[in-house]
Design a protein around this ligand. Structure first.
Ligand code: ASP
Ligand code: MG
Length: 427
């Protein structure tokens, strides 16, 4: 018994047949005696198509209207899934994010969930219905406007619902069998992880692994919700994201945790170099203040010592490519004030990250990582580290080789191919 929360992604809901298959899976859980609450994404590439449509109409669509448009994708899925369930002789009630009580802040396009008031959900469950919630959306407490949570946000809807409903588990159904040691689209020999800790999963998600939305993992960790990532196309056990070995999930490999959880990559960033910054107090502060005012999230930052002859230094940093233009404009505005020489912009870069909690207690990980890159002929542009992660910036064209070489160097390759990509365009 108890409540099971499930999430189905767009590739699991690509067409009418897929929706009927998902409906059967949902009904099976209901038949086994559980109450079921399901968060759904938009069908297939609907969200991308809606973006394209908006851009066809206006180069700069107002953020409020963009959210109105995008939330329609999930409304289509929720109603169709509910219909397919009713066709199987069970009743389902679909709810928009707002109806389901998903309360957010008022930032269009990347709203954060601040509360869930699931009154209508619990009432519908009490009446014996299966509940289907449109993912990726909510309503702002302040402005009363409809908001979206950012790309991939349905994962976060699902985990937040699981927390609010005190569900035993949140199952995330996707188009691969779980979390792999690398993206199977790049490393066919990638291995499926049985379990991964929240902190490792947070690093993986932050470093470009698209399997789970970052904020859903933060939510899971905060509320202790075990997240089971698995395929809607197979019956295989997937990957459990959790810390406590005693909660639901497979028996642990308690012997010794693997040192490395995986290799992630990200080709969504760009690099800006501010060339010839005078080496004096306050210059870096001024530069990063301008970027902060422009609402830019930075990733890596590198500053070298200044050349003795000139007393000038270069500062490089990485940021989302989508923010590239905004950042360049913000920096151009302060050129005279700061007195730097020029700006360089490079969006042909990729980030490769090695992640594992075991790094803390195992020396030599960095040298092995860099050695693998060297053997593969990959040049390192920038480096950054956390306690359980090492990331490098390389040429975008070298990302595949870098990931594969690192994966092999750390003995992560599976003997037989385990990874099946069941669907999705990876778009
Ligand atoms: N449909 C939205 C997207 O494509 C939300 C999601 O899939 O989670 O990003
Ligand atoms: Mg998704």
């Amino acid at each position: 018994m108890g409540i099971v929360v499930q999430k189905y992604g767009g590739s699991s809901l690509a067409d009418a047949d897929a929706i009927k298959r998902v409906a059967r899976r949902i009904v099976d859980v209901k038949k086994s005696g559980h109450d079921v609450v399901v968060a759904v994404s938009a069908m297939g590439d609907t969200t991308d198509d809606l973006y394209d449509l908006a851009n066809g109409v206006s180069p700069l669509p107002p953020a409020r209207e963009m959210d109105m448009l995008l939330t329609a994708g999930e409304r289509i899925s929720m109603a169709l899934v509910a219909m397919a369930i009713s066709d199987l002789g069970y009743t389902a009630r679909s709810f928009t994010g707002s109806q389901a009580g998903v309360i957010t802040d008022s930032v269009h396009g990347k709203a954060k969930i601040i509360d869930i008031t699931p009154g209508r959900i619990t009432q519908a469950i009490g009446e014996g219905h299966i509940v289907i919630v449109a993912g990726f959306q909510g309503v702002s407490a302040d402005t009363k406007e409809i908001t979206t949570l950012g790309r991939g946000g349905t994962d976060t809807t699902a985990v937040a619902l699981a927390a609010a409903l005190e569900a035993d588990v949140c199952e995330i159904y996707t188009d691969v069998d779980g979390v792999f040691t690398a993206d199977p689209r790049i490393v066919p020999s990638a291995r499926k992880l049985g379990t991964v800790s929240y902190e490792e999963m947070l690093e993986l998600a932050a470093c470009g692994s698209k399997i789970l939305h970052l904020r859903c993992v933060e939510y899971g960790r905060r509320y202790g919700i075990p997240i089971h990532v698995r395929s809607s196309f197979s019956q295989l056990e997937g990957t459990w994201v959790k810390n406590d070995p005693d909660v639901a999930g497979p028996e642990e490999e308690t012997m010794e945790q693997p040192i490395i959880a995986g290799v992630a990559h990200d080709v969504s960033e760009a690099k800006i170099t501010v060339v010839g910054v005078p080496d004096k107090v306050g210059e870096a502060a001024r530069i990063f203040e301008a970027l902060a005012d422009a609402q830019i999230n930075l990733d890596m930052i590198v500053q070298n010592i200044s050349a003795a002859a000139t007393s000038l230094t270069d500062i490089s940093f990485t940021l989302p490519r989508t923010d590239g233009q905004t950042a360049m404009t913000a920096l151009a505005r302060i050129q005279a004030e700061v007195g730097y020489d020029k700006l360089l912009y490079d969006d042909k870069i990729g980030k490769v990250s090695l992640i594992g909690a075991g790094m803390r207690s195992h020396p030599g990980i960095t040298s092995k990582f860099f050695g693998a890159l060297a053997s593969a002929g990959v040049n390192i542009g920038m480096i950054s580290t956390s306690e359980i992660r090492i990331s490098v910036i390389v040429d975008e064209t070298a990302v595949g080789d870098a990931v594969r070489a690192t994966h092999t160097a750390f003995d992560l390759d599976a003997d037989e191919v385990e990874a099946v990509v069941y669907g999705g365009t990876g778009r």
